[in-house]
Write a protein that binds this ligand. Structure first.
Ligand SMILES: CC(C)(COP(=O)(O)OP(=O)(O)OC[C@H]1O[C@@H](n2cnc3c(N)ncnc32)[C@H](O)[C@@H]1OP(=O)(O)O)[C@@H](O)C(=O)NCCC(=O)NCCS
Length: 172
């Protein structure tokens, strides 16, 4: 399957179906709506800063992964019969073999396994692309994110600094 057409079906803890699929150019409105539904604390944990909105160049960047060095997946569930984006994860290659990952799930859907699913699928795409390592910067109190990394099945190492944890996952 080509990465830009990636799609897989999974289940939330409550049994509802969730699709993990490649972000598409026509997801703009839905992605921005998901950001609107996400709390300030969650956005802070994702972006390390108080974010009330994004600049047009930032939005363009988020919406246009090339699926080579920048791969973005979204989690989609049905709400009132309509598919809705409730989370996303992406990696961006920083240097050969090494990419930075980041995730965000709408608060109302956190703790349902979406983070773990996004991690699983991004990890398998990254392995397919023969990347060696995924790295992330995580705030020290971000237990859910650390749990997702610990449960990924990949070898985890953490370098601790007072303000930030540097996490690395070995893919091979
Ligand atoms: C981090 C994040 C992506 C994880 O996604 P998620 O869908 O909530 O993750 P999952 O449901 O797969 O797993 C979360 C785990 O953390 C656990 N958890 C949640 N809150 C917790 C808490 N306060 N203390 C301990 N564990 C907690 C959950 O129980 C679950 O563990 P389990 O699988 O052992 O039950 C999501 O919480 C999020 O969007 N956070 C805000 C943005 C962010 O922090 N991004 C990371 C930037 S690198």
């Amino acid at each position: 399957m080509k990465r830009a057409q990636y799609s897989a079906i999974g289940a939330l803890r409550d049994g509802r179906q969730v699709e993990i699929r490649a972000l598409r150019p026509d997801d703009r409105a839905d992605l921005l709506a998901a950001v609107d539904r996400t709390s300030g604390q969650s956005l802070y944990r994702r972006f390390f800063a108080v974010r009330r909105g994004f600049t047009e160049p930032e939005i363009e960047f988020f919406l246009n992964p090339d699926f080579i060095d920048h791969v973005a997946l979204v989690a989609v569930v049905e709400e009132s019969g309509r598919p809705v984006i409730v989370g996303g994860g992406r990696y961006v290659v920083m240097q050969p073999g090494k990419a930075e990952v980041a995730f965000a799930v709408v608060d109302q859907y956190q703790g349902q396994g979406i983070g773990a699913l996004l991690m699983h699928h991004l990890g398998s795409i990254a392995r397919g692309a023969e990347l060696e390592e995924l790295i992330a910067e995580v705030l020290p109190d971000n237990i859910p994110m650390l749990k997702v990394f610990e449960k990924s099945g990949f070898r985890l190492s953490i370098k601790r600094e007072p303000q930030v944890l540097h996490v690395a996952l070995r893919l091979f």
